[in-house]
Write a protein that binds this ligand. Structure first.
Ligand code: SF4
Length: 372
């Protein structure tokens, strides 16, 4: 097994755009949740992990004592991993928490920056501001935990070209090792969605999304962060190995409310609500809500969709090795069509999206659906 994902569904405030599985931490049964999580993690088979990723929610919303308990649970079962990441919010990342994480082998932080513009941070409902971002990075430097990624978003309501330029300027100053920069998608059941429906807010940035995406890719490339996935960029040797587990379509374990894992040919999905998760673990000793066994067609589709997200693309050799059939026998027409249209390209054994194809990814993917 390559990887483990652990979900901590608690936050100090709920952001206006968020549709992750999370709850306000106040008055939540956090200790009971961690005890249930311990039971789930203890039930996993012994295995050496290459990557561990603790996300949320916000893991740094936990108290020092709770954080230490969580680190102990993971450490007792799996030891550490060559890449061990914790998600963190800038205003919650104290030197004490960074030291504690580092003592337990955490060697990478994924910092939820989102934007460097204080007004946009307020619109997003974030608890941190510009100064908190710089302060948290100073703290990491002080504790020598310098492998950090920053999460950013574009396509924000009222965003200007200057905001994108400011983010690039701050990246140039801060020199993170890795950047994830996603386009904001307004999901149903979020505060944003309701405001748009009531006519209180307009959708997205006034700038064309394709223009911003282009500027993000080129701006980061000029700063030494080549793109390696649709929304991810890194310095050499600092690509996210954990997220590559997903995009390379490899197996991984997942623990916590609403998390999902992939073992052998089965994807499993855990119960989402925190209290249901705790009760299920205590009463039935299982928190899995659903197991989906993939057939060969499902697996081939996933291999294409996930691997095409990576700039490296799909390996024709691995495809044939894994599925015992040449990729051209299954997808010859779709590949030819999109190479002719300039959406796909082939280099040695790899078939990948071109820059143009990346802009319209879903239109390409749809031709790779096999159906039953
Ligand atoms: S901190 Fe993250 S998980 Fe929590 S509400 Fe905000 S976006 Fe959602």
């Amino acid at each position: 097994m390559r990887s483990l994902y652990v979900h901590i569904p608690f936050c100090n405030r709920i952001c206006t755009y968020c549709d992750f599985n999370k709850v306000l931490i106040k008055n939540q049964p956090v200790d009971e949740y961690l005890n249930a999580l311990k039971k789930e993690i203890d039930s996993f088979p012994e295995t050496n992990l290459q990557t561990i990723y603790v996300g949320g929610g916000t893991p740094t919303a936990l108290s020092m004592k709770q954080l230490e308990f969580l680190l102990e649970i993971i450490n007792n079962k799996f030891g550490t991993a060559s890449e061990y990441t914790f998600e963190a919010n800038p205003d919650e990342l104290t030197t004490e928490k960074i030291s504690l994480l580092k003592d337990y082998g955490v060697n990478r932080i994924s910092l939820g920056v989102q934007t460097f513009n204080n007004n946009l941070l307020k619109v997003l409902g974030r608890t941190h501001n510009f100064d908190d971002i710089y302060r948290s990075i100073e703290h990491m430097d002080k504790i020598n935990l310098d492998n950090y990624s920053i999460d950013l978003m574009y396509n924000l309501p009222g965003e200007t070209n200057q905001d994108i330029e400011d983010s690039l300027k701050n990246i140039e100053i801060l020199k993170p090792k890795h950047i994830s920069w996603y386009s904001l998608i307004i999901e149903p059941h979020t505060v944003f969605y309701n405001k748009i429906n009531r006519g209180q807010m307009s959708i997205g940035s006034p700038i064309k999304e394709g223009e911003i995406y282009d500027r993000v890719i080129n701006g980061l490339d000029n700063l030494g962060y080549p793109q390696y996935e649709i929304s991810n960029f890194s310095k050499e040797k600092y690509q996210s190995e954990h997220n590559k587990t997903y995009w390379l379509n490899e197996n991984y374990l997942a623990a916590g409310a609403g998390s999902h894992g992939y073992i052998g040919d089965t994807r499993y999905y855990n119960i989402k609500p925190v209290t249901h998760y705790i009760n299920a673990m205590n009463e039935e000793n299982s928190v899995v809500k659903e197991r989906i066994i993939l057939n060969q067609n499902d697996m081939m589709e996933e291999e294409i969709f996930l691997r095409l997200r990576l700039n490296q693309g799909v390996s024709t050799e691995r495809f044939e090795e894994k599925f015992n059939i040449p990729i051209y026998d299954v997808y010859g027409n779709a590949i030819k069509k999109h190479i002719d249209l300039g959406h796909l390209q082939q280099y040695n054994q790899y078939i990948s999206l071109t820059d143009e194809g990346r802009m319209i990814g879903n239109d390409v993917f749809v031709d790779f659906l096999i159906g039953d």
